[in-house]
Design a protein around this ligand. Structure first.
Ligand code: TMP
Length: 214
């Protein structure tokens, strides 16, 4: 039995958290042993780092920001993701390395080869089996967020150009790795999105002979 790692990516407000929950429930109902994670986040140390990263009161230079995302990831990979995969489970992650490339390399402008090398080190070379990219105009995403009444965090406040570069960055990454990526327009109906995502996830699970009834 081989574990399967599925990630969701997209600009702020693209809907990944909601779509990811629907997928988790569908896979659990089908008998898979599913674990959800989010980045930055996961084990207590990573959740603490998340608070620093999203704190509007802190000024974080780009390299410092990068290293904090990777510190959170290193703990999440070692303490949560790898042990679950090793038992043949399915991990559904809300963001992973692609987010670091989109935000810190394409968004902040850090040199991509260095960011990639640092990401490989932090994640021990772990690459998702499937990455669902919910593509959406970032203006629309931020508008959706504005409707939920929650105050904007440090990343959401970073400006329209920054978020446009991130969207383009994600689309570039997806073009470079079409086998791993499923790119879907984030403004399609939730039912359509959920069906397409589940179908692709099942294909990947079958291909990897994923885990049923742990
Ligand atoms: P979330 O809003 O999806 O929970 O993600 C937290 C924020 O952190 C979001 O603005 C995306 C950003 N982020 C990065 O800039 N780099 C990363 O490596 C990750 C995982 C998230």
């Amino acid at each position: 039995m081989q574990g399967v790692f599925i990630t969701f990516e997209g600009v702020e407000g693209a809907g990944k958290t909601t779509r990811s929950k629907v997928l988790q429930e569908a896979l659990s109902a089908a008998g898979y042993s599913v674990r959800a994670t989010r980045e930055p986040g996961g084990p207590p140390v990573s959740e603490r780092v998340r608070e620093i990263l999203l704190d509007k009161g802190l000024d974080l230079p780009p390299v410092c920001e990068l290293m904090l995302f990777l510190a959170a990831r290193a703990a999440n990979v070692e303490m949560v993701i790898l042990p679950w995969l090793a038992r043949g489970g399915v991990v559904v992650g809300d963001r992973f390395t692609d987010a670091t490339l989109a935000y810190q390399a394409f968004g902040r402008g850090l040199p991509r080869p260095r960011v990639e090398a640092a990401c490989r080190f932090a994640a021990g070379g772990l690459v998702p089996d499937l990455t669902v990219l919910l593509d959406l105009d970032p203006e629309e995403g931020l508008r959706r967020h504005a409707g939920d009444g929650r105050p904007r965090d440090r990343m959401e406040e970073a400006g329209a150009d920054f978020h446009r570069r991130i969207r383009e960055g994600y689309l570039t990454l997806a073009r470079e790795d079409p086998d791993r990526y499923l790119v879907l327009p984030g403004d399609r109906s939730p039912e359509t999105l959920d069906e397409l995502i589940l179908r692709r996830a099942e294909e990947v699970l079958r291909r990897k002979n994923g885990s049923r009834d742990q």
